[in-house]
Design a protein around this ligand. Sequence first.
Ligand code: TYM
Length: 336
Amino acid sequence: MGRQRVLSGVQSTGELHLGNYLGAIRNWVDGQSHYENYFFIADLHAITVPHNPKRLAENTRTLAALYLACGLDLEFTTIFVQSHVPAHTELTWLFNCITPLNWLERMIQFKEKAIKQGENVSVGLLNYPVLQAADILLYQPDLVPVGEDQKQHLELTRDIATRFNFQFASPKQPVFKIPEPLIRPTGARVMSLLDGTRKMSKSDPAELSRINLLDPPDQIRNKIKRCKTDPIRGLTFDNPARPECDNLLTLYMLLSGKSKAAIATECQDMGWGQFKPLLTEVTIAALKPIQDRYQAIVQEPSYLESVLRQGREKAAAIAFSTLKQAREALGFSTPL
Ligand code: TYM
């Protein structure tokens, strides 16, 4: 039996933050040698909210370089750009025509983002999860590693695949594999540094709410110094009345590599003045190798281009073969 296939992506809006890293990319890297992996840069999703055309391609390149800098290894992994494989948009259209509107109106992320944008909400924002379903189902993956906030989009993806197979394929020969989400228990929901009840997010206008992977040490120091805490001495995990405390201890645990029990003992009598410098130093140390590798990769633009070109070729072949089956199942005539 071959290796299981894994696929996931990150939207190329703004910089990668610790939530993206700990909730998704670090897990991709850790598991990659066990699977056949496809990781892409979701640049089509990046234009579902107002964007700057002058920055779009640059953001895509930055993200691709960060994928490599975080440790994705081309021996196990194919890296590509979503918009370089036109099958994503074509399958989206086919899915649009079989997806009930009310499935999309229920999506939490749509409702949250739509509130922020008032009258300017695009059809693309509503349609976002259908594009995500196409991204996934084109590659027939077994597993999709994501953070907690993508769970609902993954459920919708499974619903779309099931509906398509039921309506247009025979049970013995389904067109789409039904993928499983892979959500790790720790790190799946990293919270904002300014409010432990809200997730760390690229779209939060407050820069101080998140630590980006490319933040220089001084900025990391400043953000941790100014992050929200509480007036209680003695730091503990899992106290719902102290969400910031739980989040910061979890970050410390994940970035230091120490166990939860070890951190609980180490920090049980600490005050914030003692804890914050420790968290600062482990964060800076954990990000340094990523930042160093990133600098080396961006020195060589032709290398990055060749990675993405080869990635596109490999991804496009798989995507086209699935798209062909979907077109045939829906009854389209085959182009000559
Ligand atoms: P995006 O770009 O918002 O986030 C990328 C990945 O990071 C995870 N994540 C978090 N994990 C823990 N704590 C947080 N605060 C946090 N914030 C983000 C996300 O769960 C995600 O795994 N729609 C997707 C991109 C996408 C995609 C796909 C993913 C497009 N097509 C197909 C998987 C498969 C998104 O916007 O993720």
